[in-house]
Ligand binder design. Structure first.
Ligand SMILES: NC(=O)c1ccc[n+]([C@@H]2O[C@H](COP(=O)([O-])OP(=O)(O)OC[C@H]3O[C@@H](n4cnc5c(N)ncnc54)[C@H](OP(=O)(O)O)[C@@H]3O)[C@@H](O)[C@H]2O)c1
Length: 328
């Protein structure tokens, strides 16, 4: 496989984790990083060995020596940043939540399809060894046909109201930040969502601080999911059939083990180690697809991203949560 030249757009928390992961990703080079401030980009480039530092995002999009741009900005900037990169002819890997709403996601996907450029939502759990092991166990028939997925993702956020997880202008709220994980993995295991029913508590800034939602899947089966910025939950995902269940142990989105408990009383735990901090797996998948000339990953397709953004729109309509982008 030929070397893939990455650009990182934004220099916050997840950008740092991804840059760290690229060091452990075969055939990856960090060609450039962009920040709204040149000194910020330069400091990041020095720390992570990026070949170039840019003081604005457009300059990274226009850089001739970049193949894929990883977008690591807050949710309301994703669509604009992704459209910029795609318009400059770059492939894109965009952080979750992919955009603020289905309408924005549709614009981004349409451009990637029109220009035949690679585009993937950075739902890294989909590419983790733990999920591959869960799929293998399900396919073996050991737990029988899957009927129910239960999943929670919660922590007690101690940030102030201006922080992006509480700030409506930055796409804050438990659903977009955390709820997308149980939603996405439930859909990965049980397939497309036919209907959703949600309840939430909105906090002082107007965003959801915890949300519960139940999914009915088109092919049968239910998923019962929750996300919280108030409670430290077990962060487990359990997949159950008539013969037993398999659990992605805490924290399920980055678990190093899955446990199987069968109706006959037997149980076992399987180690599912990942590379480095875990983000290398999504980078490897993006590089594999990009190098093969694909415009999407079969593990996180455009249609799935669009459908899940639509489910989140429906949940938000039910819980009364609107963002600025919804008015456009
Ligand atoms: N996959 C995961 O495990 C994971 C974990 C955490 C977060 N995320 C996702 O990654 C994205 C970023 O989250 P984060 O925790 O890294 O956020 P963060 O630490 O706040 O960093 C966001 C970066 O975006 C850039 N930015 C552009 N416009 C901005 C604005 N108006 N306000 C603030 N920052 C702005 C800034 O970079 P410059 O100043 O350099 O321009 C900033 O450093 C979100 O989509 C989030 O859901 C994913």
């Amino acid at each position: 496989m030929k070397t893939v030249r990455w650009g990182i757009l934004g220099t916050g928390k997840i950008a740092r984790a991804f840059a760290e992961a690229l060091k452990e990703t075969p055939d990856a080079v960090l060609a450039g990083v962009a920040s709204r401030r040149l000194d910020g980009a330069q400091a990041f480039a020095r720390e992570f060995g990026a070949a170039a530092a840019y003081g604005d995002y457009q300059a990274l999009a226009d850089a001739a020596d970049v193949d894929l741009i990883y977008i690591a900005t807050p949710h309301p900037m994703h669509a604009e940043n992704a459209l910029m990169a795609l318009n400059a002819g770059k492939g894109v890997v965009c952080e979750k939540a992919f955009t603020v709403n289905r309408r924005e996601a549709g614009q981004v996907v349409a451009l990637a399809r029109r220009r035949r450029l690679f585009l993937m939502e950075a739902m890294w759990t989909r590419f983790m060894p733990s999920l591959a092991e869960v799929r293998r166990i399900i396919a073996s028939g050991e737990i029988g046909p899957v009927q129910l997925v239960t999943a929670d993702f919660g922590f007690a956020a101690s940030f102030g109201p201006e922080h992006r997880v509480f700030n409506p202008a930055l796409g804050g709220g438990a659903l977009l930040d955390l709820g997308i994980y149980p939603l996405s993995i439930a859909a990965a295991l049980l397939g497309p969502v036919a209907a959703v029913s949600a309840q939430a508590e909105l906090g002082p800034t107007g965003v959801d601080v915890q949300t519960g939602f139940t999914l009915r899947h088109e092919g049968g089966g239910l998923s019962v999911c929750s996300c919280s910025l108030l409670a430290r939950t077990p962060c487990e995902l359990t997949v159950s059939g008539p013969l037993g269940h398999v659990r992605m142990n805490t924290q399920f989105h980055r678990t190093q083990s899955v446990s199987v408990v069968l109706a006959d009383g037997s149980s076992r735990t399987v180690d599912t180690p990942f590379i480095g901090n875990g983000y290398a797996h999504e980078a490897i998948e993006a590089q594999r697809c990009f190098s093969a000339g694909l415009i999407e990953s079969p593990g996180m397709t455009h249609d799935e991203t669009l459908a899940l953004m639509g489910v989140m729109d429906t949940i938000r309509a039910q819980i009364g949560l609107r963002y600025g982008a919804d008015a456009d």
